[in-house]
Write a protein that binds this ligand. Structure first.
Ligand code: SAT
Ligand code: MN
Length: 608
């Protein structure tokens, strides 16, 4: 018996107690995709280290220098597989109207036929891993389970970090828990005589969600949200539909606990598009004496109204899949400490000593770098050493600012809606109430980033930062937010804020230092919640007094620019919002057309 076969046998026995429906599904997928072997993953440390060794031996992972970066690895993808592929992401609801105007809809039966052809024999020569996982603590009141089948060992190790895996999940399924079926293949079968490559993938990619049957089929990519199906595909696209049907919300949000010098805790959720600083904000170490942040999550929050009239939230993930470039001791010291060991890096640069580097980590790049493509890096060539969407994958418990109760539900006091806007949007504005807050969420716009394929720096509407992640009609999502609000106690419901750390001055770049200084904005928000901080009313919501957010090195002139509501910009902005709402069709909630009408009137009145 080879070691692999032996491992296979062990996993099969570990999987004893597998309910018939799960065993039959795995058998059916295996019969169709024809892997050489099927391995039931339970997530023991021995399994992890065996798989790491295998991937190193196959050239799919590079073990980093254990003296400098213990228990850590580097993976390099191919240049055509570096980000989410929104143009190949499909929502296959029965009715196109349920997917709405912002999703790529495909008719389910037709898509199933297409996928069936792609998946036929696609795992030949490879191992099919069965990875049962829980989003949220296994058995927790807001938790959900799923099973990912994948032929990527890299995806397995990443899922092991990002979710809770293991036999306890199988017991949940055996106990009757609903489970999401998630099937992933890199789409690169190995025929006899074929040589494997470091990053198998397929130029033809499919990221497919079937919301009604709670199924995910992903083909052709090994990267991030395309391949770790628990993340965007399940915890956002499928879970948003589960939430719509069951009265909760699955949102693209960080989650943090801000603690004041007096020891009062404020729980803050924040929706920002990909690569707009959620991870940095969630791990903030405030520059303000006495204030502290505990990290609860950096990407996804599931929110549910409680019997007490408050909105409760969990982070369903168990790890962080964060953007490496720009992460430094200045921008996110906690992350730098967290990445000291036990991390899988993807598409960063490799140093001559066998450690990692990326743009922004240090001011000067070390000599002798190998770039993310595996070539000697030429500092003068003008190309970055790390890919702009290079990532780290690391367990949440490694984070020095992680809350002890990470994974448990917390009552939300404030919700932030943010994006990257060079102009127009002030540093922070407070919503007048829930409906105005939903309007702020629905009208988020942000410059595109390297987290998705396509051009970067283009302003697009990204409602609730869910444009690529909402599994149903975008306007129904807003209606659902409105209905969740009606179920909350008006006094205890979260307050809502629009924030923008990225406003620019044409000559001097960013007006606001950001990062640790963002604590000043959070402290003002906490002050508002506590009924202590003052505000100036503007046409678009309340803004802080400049003195309340004054940061060292930010002149009075810059503070006033940061808080300015510019008449020309806002007359233009509100018409862009109107255009966007116009494109959403007849499902636009009346509350939001009323908000838009009110915004127009307020802007006209304020500026004449
Ligand atoms: O979708 S990913 O998980 O690859 C990252 C993101 O876009 O937030
Ligand atoms: Mn994200």
């Amino acid at each position: 018996m080879t070691m692999l076969d032996q491992r296979h046998e062990e996993k099969l026995s570990a999987a004893a107690g597998v309910p018939d429906a799960l065993a039959e599904w795995v058998a059916a997928i295996a019969a169709h995709t024809r892997p050489d072997r099927v391995v039931w993953w339970t997530g023991t440390p021995a399994e992890v280290s065996t798989l790491q060794d295998e991937l190193v031996a196959e050239g799919k992972l590079i073990r980093l220098n254990p003296e400098l970066r213990p228990e850590s690895f580097l993976a390099r993808s191919t240049p055509d597989d570096v980000a989410r592929v929104e143009s190949r992401t499909f929502i296959c609801s029965e009715s196109p109207a349920d997917a709405g105007p912002t999703n790529n809809w495909r008719e389910p039966a037709g898509m199933r036929a297409e996928l069936s052809a792609r998946f036929a024999g696609c795992m030949r020569g490879r191992t099919l891993y069965v990875v049962p996982f829980s989003m949220g603590p296994v058995g927790g009141p807001l938790s959900r389970v799923g099973v990912q089948l994948t032929d990527s060992g890299y995806a397995v190790l990443s899922m092991e970090i990002m979710t809770r895996t293991g036999a306890a999940v199988i017991a949940e399924i055996a106990g009757g828990a609903d489970w999401v079926r998630a099937i992933h293949s890199v789409g690169a079968p190995l025929l006899p005589g074929d040589e494997d490559v470091a990053w198998p993938c397929n130029p033809d990619k499919y990221i497919v969600q079937f919301p009604e049957t709670r199924e995910i089929w992903s083909f052709g990519s090994g990267y991030g949200g395309n391949a770790l199906l628990a993340k965007k595909c399940f915890a956002l696209r499928i879970a948003s539909v589960q939430g719509r049907d069951e009265g909760w919300l699955a949102e693209h949000m960080l989650l943090m606990r801000l603690i004041s010098p007096e020891g009062r805790a404020f729980h803050i959720a924040g929706a920002f598009p990909s690569a707009c600083g959620k991870t940095n904000l969630a791990m903030l170490r405030p520059d303000l004496p006495g204030w502290r942040v505990e990290t609860l999550g950096d990407d996804i929050a599931w929110l549910r109204p409680g019997a007490d009239g408050r909105l409760w939230a969990i982070n369903p993930e168990a790890g962080f899949f964060g953007v490496a470039p720009g992460t430094s001791a200045k921008t996110n010291r906690a992350a730098i400490e967290m990445l000291a060991s036990h991390t899988i890096f993807t598409n960063v640069a490799l140093t001559a000593e066998g450690d990692v580097w990326w743009e922004g980590l240090t001011d000067t790049p070390p000599a002798g770098l190998t770039d993310w493509r595996g070539n000697a890096w030429d500092a003068d060539a003008g190309t970055p050493a790390a890919h702009p969407n290079a990532r780290f994958t690391v367990a949440a418990e490694r984070c020095p600012t992680a809350a002890e109760d990470i994974g448990e539900a917390v009552p939300v006091d404030a919700i932030l809606f943010g994006g990257r806007r060079a102009d127009t949007v002030p540093l922070v504005t407070e919503a007048r109430g829930w409906e105005h807050g939903v309007y702020l969420g629905a009208t988020i716009a942000s410059e595109t980033t390297a987290a998705a394929e396509g051009a970067t720096g283009v302003v697009r509407r990204d409602p609730f930062a869910m444009l690529p992640f909402c599994g149903y009609h975008v306007a129904d999502h807003w209606a659902h937010w409105l209905s969740i609000g009606r179920g909350l106690d008006a006094e205890l419901a979260p307050r809502m804020y629009r924030v923008n750390w990225f406003r620019r001055d044409t000559e001097r770049g960013f007006l606001w230092p950001g990062f640790t200084e963002n604590a000043r904005v959070l402290a003002w928000i906490a002050g508002r919640i506590a009924g202590e901080a003052e505000a100036n009313e503007t046409a678009i919501g309340a803004v802080p007094l400049a003195s309340d957010i004054a940061a060292e090195g930010v002149s009075a002139e810059r503070l006033s620019q940061l808080l300015t509501v510019d008449p020309v910009e806002w007359r233009y902005e509100v018409e862009r919002e109107a255009e966007f709402f116009g494109g959403v069709g007849g499902r636009l909630p009346v509350e939001l057309s009323a908000q838009l009408a009110e915004a127009r009137i307020r802007i006209a009145r304020a500026f004449g």
